[in-house]
Design a protein around this ligand. Sequence first.
Ligand SMILES: *[C@@H]1O[C@H](CO)[C@@H](O)[C@H](O)[C@H]1NC(C)=O
Ligand SMILES: *[C@@H]1O[C@H](CO)[C@@H](O)[C@H](O)[C@H]1NC(C)=O
Ligand SMILES: *[C@@H]1O[C@H](CO)[C@@H](O)[C@H](O)[C@H]1NC(C)=O
Ligand SMILES: *[C@@H]1O[C@H](CO)[C@@H](O)[C@H](O)[C@H]1NC(C)=O
Ligand SMILES: *[C@@H]1O[C@H](CO)[C@@H](O)[C@H](O)[C@H]1NC(C)=O
Ligand SMILES: *[C@@H]1O[C@H](CO)[C@@H](O)[C@H](O)[C@H]1NC(C)=O
Ligand SMILES: *[C@@H]1O[C@H](CO)[C@@H](O)[C@H](O)[C@H]1NC(C)=O
Length: 454
Amino acid sequence: MNLLNIIISLSSIVYAIDLDVHSYSSLCDAITTTSQAVLTYYDGFKPLGVVGVFEPPYYWWEAGEAWGGFINAWYFCQNDTWQSLIYDSLMHQRGSHKDYVPANQSTTEGNDDQVFWGIAAMEAAERNFPNPPDDEPDWLSLAETVADSMDSRWDTQNCGGGLRWQIFTWNNGYNYKNTVSNGGLFHLAARLARYTTNDNYLDIAEKVWDWLTDVGFVQSNGTILSVFDGASIDNNCQELIPYQWTYNYGLLISGCAYLHSHTGDQKWFDRVLSLLHTIKIMFFTNDIMYEQACEGVKTCDNDQKSFKSVFSRFLGQTAVLIPDLNESIRPLLEASAVAAAKTCNGTVPGTGRANACGVQWTSGSFDNNAGLGQELSAMEVFTSVLAINETTIGAFSVPFSKNTGGNSTGGVVLNTDRQVDHGFQKKKTIDSVWAGLLTAISFVFFIIVGILLI
Ligand SMILES: *[C@@H]1O[C@H](CO)[C@@H](O)[C@H](O)[C@H]1NC(C)=O
Ligand SMILES: *[C@@H]1O[C@H](CO)[C@@H](O)[C@H](O)[C@H]1NC(C)=O
Ligand SMILES: *[C@@H]1O[C@H](CO)[C@@H](O)[C@H](O)[C@H]1NC(C)=O
Ligand SMILES: *[C@@H]1O[C@H](CO)[C@@H](O)[C@H](O)[C@H]1NC(C)=O
Ligand SMILES: *[C@@H]1O[C@H](CO)[C@@H](O)[C@H](O)[C@H]1NC(C)=O
Ligand SMILES: *[C@@H]1O[C@H](CO)[C@@H](O)[C@H](O)[C@H]1NC(C)=O
Ligand SMILES: *[C@@H]1O[C@H](CO)[C@@H](O)[C@H](O)[C@H]1NC(C)=O
């Protein structure tokens, strides 16, 4: 064997990502590996692909989640390789109303989907990601538009308040109210309250939190503060669907941390502590994060496989906003990052791509289950370790706000009448128009062929 052969045979061995959580360059290398893996699922690089979205079966919301994670990676690794890709995605998917309700998504988009794009725009504002030109709404304006439009859908007719899951009456789940839609609005409003100091957003956040506890989606029992999935309005939200997801906890705990950082109010700190206590019991084993509702029984769907990305980012953000919690949160994120890296020794079936990450970080190696959510979750847990860096946690890691150097000024909120359905039709109708047209075209074709044959 000559040296070249040795190098080739070594490189064909599937190594896990070798991660040192105390090394900046090791963390950024791991982020490079996983972000490149994320982009193998990107639709926009494919022929006739659409800018800003991932290939089916991945839903649109997950792209919003991904670009938020990419903005953080851009910021913490100070690497602008994907800057224009992120920018183009956030711009293209605003849709013609510039509110992240694009017409193409009208058959699937719910409040929870919209909010993850609003959160990406907020991430852009808080990290001073280069803004759109002056004649376009800036990142803060886009985040405000999302929050304002969601708030305008607040429904006092059922269950004493709250957002429905869906925006459009024709989509499945219109009669369901859930924590992620409401917790998403709470989270975004909390961040807007801190960034803008506009009390309207503080009021929205207070209103949503109070409703979530009144309706029992958020419930305390002794020292545990549980966060459930949601309930149908059909019996006045009385029958809870009891699933508990990491991402709901992530949205809520960081929302409380933003509000504590902004107001100094003890009640938000107490809520952070209760949620943190619960999280440690519910979603960690040996400090390694897991999605308890589905990982053990191997039933996680594509969405659920990405929830640890949301959870990682917002657990890190909680420690950034309340640095006194760094010592309680750091072991959780570091152990999870090490465990996640160990699962990245898979190959993607069909593509042969190496370093694919698995679903179960507790398993110690790749569990034969590759996908977009797995790569995103690993990427974001690595990024969250950078965010809680002991030296920079109280300065560089802290999100910008209007009064602390944030470039976004906001205030350009378009289309404030949010009850309208944007004139979108149920997609089926549009599809059947096309189907009708195609039938007509083929009919004409057959007549012509028939005439020629005569
Ligand atoms: C933490 O930040 C300091 C200062 O920027 C840097 O020197 C160090 O490498 C960072 N460590 C990690 C683990 O990111
Ligand atoms: C920046 O990101 C690109 C793309 O992921 C990667 O190839 C490059 O190595 C990264 N640069 C650094 C300094 O990490
Ligand atoms: C909507 O779909 C069309 C057709 O695939 C595409 O050209 C366009 O870019 C899409 N728009 C958005 C905002 O995704
Ligand atoms: C509260 O927690 C206790 C102890 O875990 C449990 O037995 C009880 O069922 C819980 N109550 C409710 C209302 O969930
Ligand atoms: C980390 O937390 C400890 C314990 O609360 C605190 O003493 C220390 O100042 C914190 N570190 C930073 C960088 O804030
Ligand atoms: C990943 O690494 C573990 C531990 O070294 C090993 O047991 C496992 O077989 C590897 N998996 C793959 C798919 O290479
Ligand atoms: C945005 O803010 C950053 C940090 O405060 C500053 O360095 C940068 O020059 C600003 N960029 C623009 C376009 O104003």
